[in-house]
Design a protein around this ligand. Structure first.
Ligand SMILES: O=P(O)(O)OC[C@H]1O[C@H](O[C@H]2O[C@H](CO)[C@@H](O)[C@H](O)[C@H]2O)[C@H](O)[C@@H](O)[C@@H]1O
Length: 388
């Protein structure tokens, strides 16, 4: 039983454990119903702006805040973190216990994609693997200065080899040009601004379509508005030390990472004061960042579908897309794969999180190991084929 000692949630959760060890069972999910948590949020949440701030704190796992403005995201993270640790302890202590109650919302355990490598390869047999990679926190480690989020040479080498084996796309919240400057690989597809700016590799053949490539920008009409809001945000937030506004062309990022936590609410209010004049823009959140985007129904998931179609896999059953990402915005892509029942998502995280991904990797170094194994496997299977 997990109790709510400070009466923040006005609830408790009981977990009973079964004889079957779920941690040894691939794909087994442990989760808790969030309905009650959501109801509680309605009762306890303060202003919307506090919800963003709290939710951002929730994505920083070192925090275990328990104030009355706690949000469901934060609650679910905290509860899931406690549960995860608690279940591990419980399973170790009591292998012959009874019933695991399996609810169907927050997944607490995602098998490691490295440990499950053979099973993943088996599932992809006879299908074309297509790789989708998020940038920040997936290919490069999270750092304080967004302009210095460099990718290691080893990672670049690995991604280059990967793209020789499988069609590969980078899907990022960053401006496409900026992410290209970090990755520097012309042979990839790039979807910048959370998929609002998609471009394929230049074609090098001497055919009619020489030099042409896919280009898709569904939010072009928003460019003047985004520029206007960028200037206003820079001006409005300059009084907050450490705040940084990043222009990602079709969307904007307001960074909280270098701002004193005590000033987070103030900064969020400043963002809100600008945005309230722009109902055609919406606000989402990432890792210590608020992101401003056009309200159009387009996200990383739609970008993934668009890219699959551009690659000729629109209605194919023999395609196996793999999407690796660490951020809340990557969930749209994980969900698409889950709904299509094709391929799978891999969440990059050291901590349990609510996700639609099927597997996990802890950090960019593990992502690199996984990509290397994929390359090795592909090279070995090509060698085996050529011997036949
Ligand atoms: O979709 P992504 O490629 O993951 O981009 C999401 C945002 O990533 C960047 O911000 C994050 O990484 C920074 C560098 O490590 C870090 O300082 C920041 O706190 C993170 O939120 C990027 O700067 C944003 O524009 C992207 O939207």
């Amino acid at each position: 039983m997990i109790t709510d000692a400070k009466s923040v949630l006005n609830m408790s959760i009981t977990v009973t454990v079964s004889a079957q060890n779920p941690l040894a069972s691939p794909g087994y999910k442990i989760s808790i119903k969030t309905k009650k948590l959501l109801q509680n949020r309605e009762i306890i949440s303060g202003a919307r702006v506090n919800a963003w701030v709290d939710s951002m704190r929730a994505s920083s796992p070192t925090h275990t805040k328990s104030t009355s403005s706690v949000t469901d995201d934060q609650v679910t993270w905290n509860v899931s973190a406690k549960l995860s640790g608690w279940c591990l302890w419980y399973l170790q202590q009591s292998k012959d216990s009874e019933n695991f109650i399996v609810y169907d919302n927050i997944q607490l355990h995602h098998p490691s994609a490295l440990e499950m490598f053979e099973q993943i390869i088996d599932a992809s047999k006879g299908k074309q693997i297509v790789m989708f990679l998020d940038y920040d926190g997936t290919l490069s480690p999270i750092v304080e200065d967004p302009d210095r989020a460099f990718m290691s040479k080893k990672m670049r080498k690995t991604v280059r080899k990967l793209a020789k084996c499988f069609p590969t796309a980078i899907v990022s919240g960053r401006c496409r040009d900026k992410v290209y400057k970090f990755v520097k690989l012309a042979e990839l597809y790039y979807a910048g601004s959370h998929g609002l700016d998609i471009k394929g590799p230049e074609k090098r053949s001497k055919s009619k379509s020489d030099g042409e490539s896919v280009l898709f920008q569904p939010a072009s009409e928003f460019l003047p508005m985004i520029d206007e809001v960028y200037k206003q945000l820079v001006d409005t937030t300059k009084s907050t030390p450490g705040a940084k506004v990043e222009n990602n062309k079709f969307c904007l990022s307001v960074h909280f990472r270098c701002v004193d936590e005590k000033k987070w609410s103030e900064l969020a209010q400043q963002v809100r004061s600008v945005l309230k004049e722009y109902p055609k823009l919406r606000l989402t959140q990432g890792r210590k960042v608020l992101e401003i985007r056009p309200t159009i129904k387009w996200d990383k998931g739609k970008a993934l579908e668009f890219l699959l179609e551009s690659l000729g896999f629109a209605n194919c059953t023999d395609v196996f897309p793999v999407y690796i990402g660490d951020d809340r915005t990557d969930e749209d892509a994980f969900k698409i794969l889950r709904d299509r029942g094709q391929g799978f998502g891999i969440l990059v995280s050291k901590f349990p999180k609510e996700t639609s991904a099927s597997y996990s990797l802890q950090e960019p170094d593990e992502v690199m190991d996984f990509l290397r194994r994929l390359v090795e496997w592909k090279q070995l299977s090509l060698q085996a084929q050529s011997r036949m």
